[in-house]
Write a new protein. Structure first.
Length: 188
């Protein structure tokens, strides 16, 4: 997938692309960004950068700190269904539109798959953006892995990225900036 950005937007994202080209390590998983949507049978998770208007939504959980909403696909679940479910569960959001644009191509050192139906040890985390309306609060009882949502923040993209960097999440900050530019380019 070619990302169609203006010269100014591309220049603004140089740092983001530099970060996205480096390995992203989280627990037993090492991931590399690819700008292609993964096949369903290779996908274990989906993460979406949500937007309310021009503002980005960040999620803060007790277990993971500041992050983007998303999670593990249920057995046989379509990626699109998982996006809808995760946004409702984690931020109380309803997507009016979303698009996938990439993946974290991942490898885990864990001996077994997180869930028996998931690909292992190589898998993808599908990545995208979504326009959302916050319709309620997070719903912690519907997910595969229970997380304690502490806060949902709606911020200008610059502040969202700064918050992620300040909390040692530079890859997520880069993903937010990229999602913002892809979304902006798609709306022209």
């Amino acid at each position: 997938m070619a990302i169609n950005l203006s010269i100014e937007a591309r220049a603004a994202l140089d740092d983001a692309f530099t970060t996205l080209k480096t390995p992203y390590k989280w627990r037993s998983v090492t991931s590399y960004f690819k700008d292609e949507v993964p096949a369903r049978d290779y996908t274990s998770n989906v993460h979406v950068v949500p937007f309310v208007g021009d503002r980005a939504v960040l999620l803060h959980t007790k277990e993971s700190g500041w992050a983007t909403p998303g999670g593990t696909l249920l057995e046989g679940e379509a990626i699109e269904t998982a996006v809808t479910r995760e946004l409702a569960e984690e931020i109380g959001g309803q997507a009016s539109h979303f698009e996938l644009f990439g993946q974290w191509d991942s490898l885990t050192t864990a001996e077994t798959a997180y869930r028996p139906w998931l690909p292992h040890p190589n898998f993808a985390i599908a990545l995208g953006w979504a326009d959302v309306v916050i319709t309620g609060s997070s719903d912690d009882d519907g997910g595969v892995e229970l997380e304690s949502v502490q806060e949902v923040a709606i911020l200008p993209i610059k502040q969202a990225a700064e918050r992620l960097v300040a909390n040692d999440r530079p890859h997520l900050a880069a993903l937010y900036r990229l999602a913002y530019e892809i979304r902006r380019a798609s709306k022209r």
